[in-house]
Unconditional design. Structure first.
Length: 51
């Protein structure tokens, strides 16, 4: 029997500006990850990865 897995993770990636980073979405299907930019900037001081 085949096992299927699926995961979504939002994370921050470096920007050219010092205090801002871009929000990215990583989609993982059956262990194969793909990253997509949401084209939104976010202040790392306000980011909580656990949430």
């Amino acid at each position: 029997m085949l096992e299927n897995s699926f995961g979504l993770t939002f994370f921050l990636k470096k920007s050219t500006k010092k205090n801002e980073k871009y929000v990215y979405l990583r989609i993982t299907v059956d262990g194969i990850p793909k990253e997509v930019s949401t084209k939104h900037k976010w202040d790392p001081e306000r980011w909580n990865q656990k949430t």
